[in-house]
Design a protein around this ligand. Structure first.
Ligand code: FBP
Length: 351
């Protein structure tokens, strides 16, 4: 009897062949149209990551890639040339896809509609094309953050009102970290998984599955330069970690980089509100809600200091929120200082 061919198990083929699009189908355990769409969608996001990674890796060599454009964006921030390049890359990769009708980004006042994808495209991509822009010109790590939401109505008046819902409505979320290697981390609601770009293959290859954030970690990550602008409760937390063994301060200036460290090693990242900006700096739909989706999938926690971040319902597209995110024990510690101060401020009720 002729034996059927058995592929050798020596090669790391199974790992090398676990590309992102294949992994999404495995995650969804379906080859149906929705699964194929989400797999193709993630593949386009991966392409955007490869194009941005290549551009960043050449940025010191090619003229006109670094520095400012001289314009300011809807956030009132000076726009970097890399912000514009990366923003356009995300739009380009979704043209002629039939997948995404609308893209909303930190760099655009209003959502961008891709006519040929509307209304058939039932998904919206929300993204921060370059997170940590202040790091671009000095060759430090930056990232891209993304979230995928279903388009629940035809949005004919183009107000994108259907996007103004809580973060639990995100179908998938993730980020791409442009560091010594380019890493893509995502969740489609079934755990958090990490892929590393293999430049020789031009493919993101699976390198870690079902990542779980430690319950507690040594790192606290916050811009202490804002200390005197914070509420007393956040100062209390900072004084606590200064006085207690086992805490180390790490702050890279790029949320994606600081978040990745905490996802892998535990700890807490904070961008609290300040007296000047009680809502803080970070944007809900492009930055804090996608990372909150990921950290909860990894067994961690994300809050505004007083509320579960995934419950926050935005009133407008570019709304900001304070952020406390990371290991459950460390986020709970920050929240305990906030609750303590709120209790002290609460009016004493008559006996
Ligand atoms: P961008 O998306 O415009 O880069 O802004 C967000 C960010 O750069 C985060 O990545 C980072 O954590 C934070 O702002 C740094 O802000 P600050 O310089 O005030 O600490």
């Amino acid at each position: 009897m002729v034996e059927s061919y058995q592929p050798s198990s020596e090669h790391t083929l199974d790992r090398d062949c676990t590309t992102l699009s294949r992994h999404v189908l495995q995650q969804l355990q379906s080859f149906g149209p929705e699964a194929q769409d989400l797999s193709a969608l993630m593949n386009r996001i991966a392409l955007a990551g490869k194009l941005i990674s290549r551009h960043l890796s050449r940025s010191g060599l090619v003229a006109d890639t670094l520095g400012f454009t001289g314009k300011t964006n809807v956030q009132g921030e000076d726009v970097k040339k890399m912000d514009v390049f990366a923003n356009d890359v995300f739009i380009s990769v979704f043209k002629q896809s039939g997948l995404v009708c609308r893209l909303a980004s930190e760099e655009m006042d209003e959502p961008y509609y891709i006519p040929e994808n509307c209304p058939i495209g039932r998904y919206t991509l929300l993204y921060d094309p370059i997170d940590g822009s202040s790091n671009v010109d000095i060759n430090l790590n930056v990232g891209s953050i993304f979230a995928i939401r279903r388009q629940t109505d035809d949005d004919l008046d183009q107000t994108a009102a259907d996007l103004l819902t809580h973060g639990r409505d995100q179908l998938a979320a993730g980020y791409i970290l442009y560091g010594p290697t380019t890493v893509l981390v995502y969740s489609i609601g079934n755990g958090v998984h990490s892929f590393t770009l293999d430049p020789s293959l031009g493919e993101f290859i699976l390198t870690a599955e079902n990542i779980q954030v430690p319950q507690h970690g040594p790192t606290y990550s916050v811009n202490e330069g804002n200390f005197w602008q914070w509420e007393e409760s956040i100062r209390d937390f900072t004084r606590y970690v200064h006085r207690h063994q086992g805490y180390s301060s790490r702050y890279s200036g790029a949320l994606v980089g600081d978040f990745h460290r905490i996802l892998m090693q535990g700890g807490v990242f904070l961008y609290p509100g300040t007296k000047k900006n009680p809502a803080g700096k970070l944007r809900l739909l492009y930055e804090t809600a996608p990372l909150a989706f990921l950290i909860e999938q990894a067994g961690g926690r994300a809050s505004t200091g007083t509320e579960r971040l995934l419950d926050v319902v935005p009133a407008e597209l570019h709304q900001r929120t304070p952020l406390v995110i990371g290991s459950t024990e460390d986020v709970a510690l920050v929240e305990s200082f906030v609750q303590e101060r709120l209790r002290e401020q609460a009016p004493i009720s008559a006996p």
